[in-house]
Design a protein around this ligand. Structure first.
Ligand code: TXA
Ligand code: MG
Length: 317
């Protein structure tokens, strides 16, 4: 189904109007957020949402995040709570997704939640995402704009590499500055970290003034999309490498001799912003394998290590 001509739209009023018209007509537009590029469709339109799963070849049991342009807009779809308010006031707009009970008659396609009684919702901080969502005015369902299981996109060029011919357009807003997907917190019961991401868990715990329950394994009922193998480049990935072996390329961190460095200064924020871009770049060099330096586990390091573990996991596709 690589039969569409994928337009590249500019981040201005003309681009927003065109993207919004494509969404109204049930089409697919990729757009930048501060975390990664999303592949958006009108969350109320079954046919459009089904198109996301088809373009990504995503297993249909895996639910999507809905993107909105205000807290008031989010409250139309989910049952709000004191904890939701606390986190939204502290971190929205920003790289945080809240999972809350879905309101009855919310009007969203059931494909968005994959039949779950909860909805994942987020208010992105990227000015281009905000302008586009405001122009459209409705809820936009959007997973990361990569073929299912592959490396997430942090540039319009990454989106085109994976999905050109399968989507109507990409709105080019430059590089994403967080570079990791949003942190997902479940609030349907006691607050639980469902996916580490661009907002460190330490910051959430400080705002909640309580420890977050950690979602341990890969229980598909709790966080259905947390597959073992994900973010996978074409080459196998070897973690915690001190140096490259014969035929390997080394993705470094800190003061190491390497092919590409996530952050020579050992800065986790810089490393997060570079992670997917560097994996895309090394993958394009067709190495036998990609070796990766050890990354500390604190702050954004938890999410970086989570993505690297999945990139290195045995492939299931
Ligand atoms: O930063 C991000 O979150 C990006 C940008 C585009 O917003 N989106 C993103 O979406 O990473 P995606 O589809 O690649 O990952 C969403 C994750 C999946 O693991 C999915 O299973 C989980 O959120 N999810 C969605 N709805 C859920 C729900 N109701 N309960 C639990 N997990 C849910
Ligand atoms: Mg994804």
């Amino acid at each position: 189904m690589n039969d569409l001509t994928t337009l590249t739209l500019p981040p201005d009023a003309r681009g927003y109007a065109k993207a919004s018209a494509i969404w109204q007509a049930g089409g697919l537009v990729s757009f930048p957020t501060e975390t990664v590029y999303g592949l958006g469709a009108d969350a109320r339109n079954d046919h459009a949402v089904a198109g996301i799963f088809a373009a990504k070849e995503r297993p249909s049991f895996n639910p999507l995040i809905v993107h909105v342009d205000s807290i008031a807009h989010a409250q139309k779809y989910v049952i709000w709570s004191a904890a939701a308010d606390r986190l939204a006031q502290a971190f929205w707009p920003g790289p945080l997704t809240l999972v809350l009970p879905l309101k009855e008659n919310a009007g969203l396609s059931p494909l968005v939640t994959a039949g779950l009684p909860t909805l994942a919702i987020r208010l992105p901080a990227h000015p281009v995402a905000q302008a586009l969502l405001a122009t459209f005015g409705g809820p936009v369902a959007a997973p990361s704009a990569n073929p299912s299981g592959r490396i997430s996109p942090t540039r319009a060029a990454h989106v085109l590499q994976g999905l050109s011919g399968r989507i109507d357009a990409v709105l080019d807003g430059g590089a994403c500055d967080v570079g990791l997907e949003s942190t997902i917190v479940g609030l349907a019961d006691a607050p639980m970290l469902l996916r580490p991401g661009g907002l460190p868990a330490e910051a959430l715990e400080a705002a909640l003034d309580a420890p977050l329950a950690q979602h341990g394994g890969d229980d598909p009922l709790v966080a259905p999309g947390q597959m073992q193998s994900h973010y996978a480049p074409g080459a196998p990935v070897r973690l915690n490498a001190e140096s490259a072996a014969e035929g390997e390329l080394l993705l470094g961190f800190g003061a190491v001799d390497c092919d590409l460095n996530l952050s020579a200064a050992g800065d986790l924020r810089e490393a997060a912003a570079n992670l997917f871009h560097h994996l895309h770049a090394l993958d394009a060099r067709a190495a036998r394998a990609i070796a990766v330096s050890p990354i500390p586990m604190h702050g954004l390091g938890a999410a970086i290590n989570d993505r690297l573990r999945r990139a290195a996991a045995p492939r299931d596709r």
